[in-house]
Design a protein around this ligand. Structure first.
Ligand SMILES: Cc1cc2nc3c(=O)[nH]c(=O)nc-3n(C[C@H](O)[C@H](O)[C@H](O)COP(=O)(O)OP(=O)(O)OC[C@H]3O[C@@H](n4cnc5c(N)ncnc54)[C@H](O)[C@@H]3O)c2cc1C
Length: 509
């Protein structure tokens, strides 16, 4: 197969995640991320991420495949690899110049229960406990059938990745999980870059054609049977026939219009998402009569840089940072769930706040080095100097820090009832501030599927030949996604989509 080389913009973070930062159901995955530019800058210290991967030459695009996979994120590449393993000849079509999507940005890890790595470390977990934890996190609004399939196939997904040289054997606590369950690369670094690089390497080794700059604009059907897609590749339109189509185009966190349509209250929010997360798959499936669920369940993250959507990891608060308003005063329990902290910030007159922390915290939370490189961290040798830098009342900020340090000493937050992440005071200069406000983070709703990843129509009937997996689907997370479950979702249901679509294609040739 003729190939051409492109730079892979992997987010191969140097960030080592801190388990002690994970203290609430929502802060589970510690989703530090960056712009793609910064990602490239951090590849040196990455865990095994290569800088170059191969994509198929556009001239090799054929008119017919067994299985067309739309979108080259974690779900799409998992689907393709599983399909190939089961005898299909799939093709992956990706609209951006590189593979990875939101998957590249994920950093916390992948949840799984009853894994060999947990067993090795004598971590007692069960699929039932994973099920219960997720249900509790989603306030029992999760699709229980999808959830059952999900937990029961999580350990197998970890083994499958390991067999391909993608080893997630560093296990930690994450919020919402009652035991150590979040699986990360051996060195504790970000999962996303490592996973995308590993999947892409396997896609290449298995000679699975993967076309970038290939925008799928429509899913075709004939007499109720899906039979291919329309694409635009380098500006040219082309029809590609297929025995089955698996849609893995990710969520709609970067599509302002769709966000506003489903959640008018989130109008104008910045997004942490990849530019490819525009809900294309959801729209194309809706055109075919596909059903959607939970479209208004959009996860907002409270600490996002407004200029570029960079997410400030919850580890910073988990390690002891406080939030102050423009008066220099605390205003909320910083360790409350994402939705509540976000709301409290939005209710401030300026609709933004400052994360305040000291040098000792910056040492504990390695992410801060990256934020400093990004130029988003203000500093002062003393609290007074910091207050001057960010234009807050000096005396008030000093008083707030003094009160906070007393609160930590007494382990009693009488003002806001914070109970966790109070192990360290903020006394060691220099002192730091990062201005943040809420941002769109994850779209939990999407197209309705069954456990075979078959897409269902408004009458809950299967749309023949059409499969979907990953963030474009809805139901699994209910109204609150537990951190670490999205990466598990894309591998588990991505594989299932590859497998089921292959069986369908083989039976309906
Ligand atoms: C900053 C950040 C940090 C996160 N951290 C974590 C974490 O630590 N743990 C966790 O579990 N979850 C995390 N998440 C969530 C998780 O990363 C995503 O939900 C998941 O990776 C989505 O995978 P996917 O394969 O469904 O979609 P994506 O990875 O987004 O891939 C979809 C692909 O489809 C392509 N595409 C879209 N439309 C078309 C089209 N019309 N034609 C062709 N291609 C198309 C896109 O360009 C993209 O490449 C994080 C998310 C963000 C934004």
């Amino acid at each position: 197969m003729k190939k051409f080389i492109r730079s892979l913009l992997v987010f191969s973070s140097v960030i080592v995640l801190s388990a002690c930062g994970a203290t609430t159901p929502d802060n589970a995955e510690d989703e530090a991320q960056s712009s793609e530019q910064a990602s490239e800058e951090s590849t040196d210290a990455a865990s095994g991420a290569s800088e170059q991967e191969e994509y198929t030459d556009p001239s090799e695009l054929e008119n017919k495949y067994d299985l067309v996979i739309v979108g080259a994120g974690g779900a799409g590449m998992s689907a393709a690899l599983q399909a190939k393993e089961e005898g299909a000849n799939p093709v992956i079509l990706e609209k951006l110049p590189v593979a990875g999507g939101n998957t590249t940005k994920s950093s916390g890890g992948m949840n799984a229960s009853e894994t060999k790595f947990q067993e090795k470390e004598d971590i007692e977990d069960s699929n039932d406990t994973f099920y219960e934890d997720t249900l509790e996190g989603g306030q029992e609004t999760n699709d229980k059938e999808l959830l059952r399939y999900f937990v029961d196939h999580s350990a197998d997904a970890i083994d499958w990745l390991d067999n391909m040289g993608i080893t997630l054997n560093n296990i930690s606590y994450s919020g919402g999980a009652s035991v150590q369950r979040i699986h990360r690369p051996e060195d504790g670094s970000a999962v996303g870059g490592y996973l995308v690089e590993g999947l892409l390497r396997n896609v290449n080794e298995n000679d699975i054609p993967i076309f970038v700059n290939t925008d799928v604009t429509k899913i075709n059907e004939d007499n109720g049977e899906v039979d291919g897609v329309e694409v635009e590749i380098d500006g040219d339109a082309q029809t590609i026939e297929a025995d089955a189509v698996a849609v893995t185009t990710g969520g709609f966190g970067a599509n302002e219009e769709m966000i506003e349509e489903n959640r008018p209250d989130l109008e104008g929010y910045v997004s942490t998402n990849s530019e490819g997360s525009t809900g294309d798959g959801i729209k194309m499936i809706e055109e075919l009569g596909g059903q959607t669920v939970d479209m208004d369940q959009i996860q907002v993250h409270p600490t996002v840089i407004q200029e570029d959507g960079t997410l400030i990891s919850e580890t910073v608060r988990g390690e002891g940072a406080i939030l102050v308003d423009h008066e220099g005063q605390r205003f909320f329990n910083e360790m409350e769930t994402r939705d509540k902290v976000s709301e409290a910030i939005t209710e401030l007159p300026e609709e933004n706040a400052y994360l305040i922390f000291d040098d000792a915290l910056a040492d504990r939370a390695k992410q801060v080095d990256f934020y400093k490189e990004q130029g988003v961290v203000e500093s002062g040798d003393t609290i007074q100097e910091l207050a001057q830098e960010i234009d807050l009342p000096e005396d008030q900020l000093e008083e707030t820090l003094a009160d906070w340090n007393e609160t930590v000493d007494n382990e009693d937050d009488q003002d806001f009832g914070r109970e966790t992440a109070m192990d360290y005071d903020l006394t060691e200069g220099p002192f730091y501030a990062i201005q943040i406000a809420p941002g769109i983070h994850h779209t939990m709703g999407g197209v309705k599927i069954n456990t075979n990843t078959e897409v269902l129509d408004e009458d809950d009937q299967v749309i023949s030949g059409l499969y979907a997996a990953g963030e474009l689907t809805g139901g699994l997370h209910g109204n609150n996604r537990i951190g670490g479950n999205a990466v598990a979702d894309i591998v588990i249901f991505g594989r299932q989509a590859g497998s089921q679509a292959t069986t369908f294609a083989q039976e309906n040739k």
